[in-house]
Write a protein that binds this ligand. Sequence first.
Ligand SMILES: Cc1cc2nc3c(=O)[nH]c(=O)nc-3n(C[C@H](O)[C@H](O)[C@H](O)COP(=O)(O)OP(=O)(O)OC[C@H]3O[C@@H](n4cnc5c(N)ncnc54)[C@H](O)[C@@H]3O)c2cc1C
Length: 387
Amino acid sequence: MATLDTEEQAVVDTVREFVDKEVKPRVNELEHADTYPEAFIEQMKQMGIYGLAIPEPWGEAPVSMPCYALVTAELARGWMSLAGAMGGHTVVAKLLVEFGTRAQQDRYLPRMATGELRATMALTEPGGGSDLQAMTTVARGSDDGGYVVNGAKTWISNARRSGLIALLCKTDPSAEPKHRGVSILLVEHGPGLEVSKDLSKLGYKGVETCELTFTDMAVPADALLGGQEGRGFAQMMKGLETGRIQVAARALGVATAAFEDALRYAQEREAFGKPIWQHQSVGNHLADMATKTTAARQLILHAAEKYDAGARADMEAGMAKLFASEIAMEVALDAVRVHGGYGYSTEYDVERYFRDAPLMIVGEGTNEIQRNVIASQLVKRGGLDRW
Ligand SMILES: Cc1cc2nc3c(=O)[nH]c(=O)nc-3n(C[C@H](O)[C@H](O)[C@H](O)COP(=O)(O)OP(=O)(O)OC[C@H]3O[C@@H](n4cnc5c(N)ncnc54)[C@H](O)[C@@H]3O)c2cc1C
């Protein structure tokens, strides 16, 4: 397992303390009122959470991917929505650091590092999110060398509060193969872009998820990420390695919270004259929950280390995301079981874990898509790495 250095461990410990002291006591009220966690976001800014992926000269030293994953898991242990409020932001920061022109980096990264400017990414369309190459949002070249964007995106998280949107679109709709016609535009709110609808959701409360409509939106030429058309698909696939480790870590946070609540409750609650954990079926639930959660954590750290080593990590990120999200759902359901009737009550947190867990199964590429990625990489790489 990855061991963090003292400085990075201190970052994780600070977030853990924030979650236990500030978030846990207030989360239920904010969740059920579906209130945007303005005060928590401010505290996250102060803690430097929005700058975790941004190096000098724009930010301070970025943390390692294992540290970033554990910070994400800690936030999600308190409230998955908080981890969701910084997930897309980090992917966009990584895209800018890795692929942006110097002018794009200078324009956005300093304000992103402090959280003054927040970012999201817009991939999914009403017609489909899995088959990204079939997207219909088009940026046509205009006379002034810029673009005119038309189309619609949906399920875009943090869309209202993000001042920067990494928009995946087609700059050449007739390109073959199709991915060669895909680019990323760095779009800011303005004429031609409407946040057309807020979507109502099962969980992931507090944070907005919206539909975006682009109608003849004029975008300048220098908004093209990296300054070259046709690179967007490959750029976004690299960005999604971070995104999938982030979503896996969110799932780990939810599973950890569900397990911790169940462990505590099973020692407090008595039935047939003894604490319920002593009934073998309940003890077995706890053992399975802890085993699955620990395995998920190891897979995430493995993917994070592979990412930091500079190697292609889409298979590892896919495995981590697939496993962690599936077990988060199972562990959340087991936490409901252990809590009996109270597990179904909105007074307890476990019903929230049960509503939040499915998002990680669907988001950042569904688990069916992760299996496709894993299978094709297994064939390409000739199997698993040797140990
Ligand atoms: C709360 C929430 C927040 C989100 N935030 C964002 C965001 O910020 N930005 C963003 O761009 N998107 C976001 N998404 C969208 C999310 O990434 C998509 O919902 C997801 O990628 C699936 O796309 P889809 O919903 O169009 O499903 P579809 O692509 O229509 O898929 C439907 C079903 O078919 C399966 N399927 C499709 N193709 C295949 C295949 N080749 N093999 C096997 N099975 C397949 C899928 O796995 C799924 O089970 C968010 C979604 C939610 C629910």
